[in-house]
Design a protein around this ligand. Structure first.
Ligand SMILES: [Ca+2]
Ligand SMILES: [Ca+2]
Length: 478
């Protein structure tokens, strides 16, 4: 039996996505309420179309009209299938009986941002395989098999702790998409029957001894299509990249070295307590394409001898303008000695025509600087531009400016920042202070605890949505 077949023998699931199809967002979300399309249902994708319409209605006044044609792009049918995979249990948290109407706080902001929700759809193949893994060896075997296959792959990871003896590696020359999704739970004989949205329930750890996970697209010669890599709904912790041998990305390495559009997605992921020579949490590199970080937490990551505790994001070019998109995420307690002006939060390198947008995100207690921005002109790629909206960002370093509008200022009043509890307290000044709907395509619709987004009339900044504020401070229906 070949290795790939052996993997399939272990536990292959097919596209019918066992387990109950969950509602996308049972109570909130654009009046979908109880009648919203269910994951995997024929009209499931329309939910995202609806979400897009919010932006499109604004961009129609001068924005990117190509978004309106997104549904005509060939890859989207497959994307519908993929999104259908991501059915999950109804979100947790207290039942909420009031219909919440999401009104973007300032629609015109979308115009100003010029956000293309999807700048260019990474190529997708028509076939797909789904793996369900329950052990470290199964996980690595699935990664190896997925990388060897030209098809799209989703690797479902049953919730638990995965302490590999060495770095987990997906190293591929194939353009097929590769998604690693956590939070799966067993029902009867099905190890990945249902998914819960608690990112902390699925932990990939380097045990402080080695790097955790690497996903690399590095085909020989030129290619016509690139992949989309994704990690979702899990935690990457205690990775160690050895500074003596310049190991970047102690937690996560995601890189595409080909000059073809690719997308690197980090959705609902906790990257914590990792260290590396550079970019202790995550090393992210797109020769051409989009690095997209949504609803994720980077905390207590470090680069003990250099800079960028949490991550480095390099986008040198793109089929569209969006090179780095960071939405509703929290970056806290980054540590490093610094390197020149480079600090210990995040570092971005942006090629000409490429923009970074940081939206609805919180930077807190990162040494030296929160955000470092540099161009790529010295490498012959020109210099991009960086923008922030509705975000708390302290010191900015580097050689390119950050154009910030509607900044959030003050103590976020996290529940317990030293112990990495970055939920917002009921007296946080940032409750309901984020921009409109979460402005990113394919957003999962729940926060890092699996709780509803868009509670109490508006989105909260950062990776967590406060679930109790209204019960205490408003005289609402509860
Ligand atoms: Ca594959
Ligand atoms: Ca809220």
């Amino acid at each position: 039996m070949s290795r790939a077949l052996a993997i399939r023998h272990i536990d292959i699931l097919h596209q019918e996505n066992c387990g109950p199809f969950a509602r996308v967002q049972p109570f909130g979300g654009e009046l979908l309420s109880e009648t919203g399309p269910q994951a995997g249902a024929p009209h499931y994708l329309l939910r995202f179309s609806t979400e897009r319409t919010v932006a499109i209605s604004t961009t129609a006044a001068g924005g990117n009209a190509s978004l309106l044609r997104l549904a005509e792009q060939p890859g989207l049918a497959n994307l519908a299938v993929r999104l259908g995979f991501w059915g999950r249990n109804p979100v947790q948290g207290p039942e909420f009986h009031r219909s919440e109407i999401i009104v973007p706080r300032t629609l015109s902001r979308f115009m100003q941002l010029g956000i293309a929700l999807l700048s260019g759809l990474a190529a997708s193949t028509s076939q797909a395989a789904t793996y369900c893994v329950t052990t470290v060896s199964e996980l690595q075997a699935a990664l190896t098999a997925a990388a060897a296959s030209p098809a799209d792959d989703e690797i479902k990871v049953r919730q638990g702790v995965y302490a590999a003896g060495q770095q987990l590696v997906y190293n591929s020359t194939n353009p097929g998409w590769a998604f690693i999704t956590g939070g799966w739970t067993q029902v009867d004989q099905n190890n990945c029957a249902q998914q819960n949205g608690v990112a902390a329930n699925t932990i990939l750890t380097g045990s402080g001894a080695h790097q955790v996970l690497s996903m690399v697209f590095n085909p020989p010669g030129s290619v016509s299509a690139g992949p989309r890599f994704g990690v979702q709904n899990l935690s990457i912790q205690a990775g160690y990249g050895d500074s003596a041998t310049f190991q970047r990305g102690g937690g996560l390495v995601m890189a595409s070295y080909a000059d073809v559009q690719t997308e690197l997605w980090i959705d609902n992921v906790i990257v914590a307590n990792n260290s590396g020579y550079f970019a202790g949490g995550a090393e992210l590199y797109a020769r051409r394409g989009l690095i997209r970080i949504a609803n994720s937490q980077f905390s207590n990551n470090s680069a003990p001898t250099s800079a960028f505790g949490h991550l480095s994001a390099v986008s040198l070019s793109g089929d569209g303008p969006n090179g780095v998109l960071i939405v509703n995420s929290t970056f806290a307690n980054g540590q490093c000695p610094g390197n020149g002006t480079r600090g210990c939060g995040i570092g971005a390198m942006l090629g000409g025509g490429i923009r970074m947008d940081i939206i609805n995100s919180l930077f807190f207690n990162n040494a030296i600087s929160d955000v470092n921005i540099e161009g790529a002109a010295s490498g012959g790629f020109g210099n991009g531009a960086a923008f922030a909206n509705f975000s708390r960002i302290g010191l900015v370093s580097g050689t390119l400016p950050l154009s910030a509008t509607s900044p959030l200022v003050g103590d976020p009043r996290f529940v317990d920042a030293p112990n990495q509890d970055f939920r917002l307290r009921n007296d946080s000044p940032f409750l309901n202070q984020a921009l409109g709907v979460v402005p990113v395509y394919g957003y999962l619709g729940y926060d890092l605890t699996g709780s509803l987004r868009n509670r109490f009339g508006a989105v909260d900044a950062g990776a967590y949505e406060n679930q109790t504020w209204d019960f205490i401070f408003s005289n609402g229906f509860q």
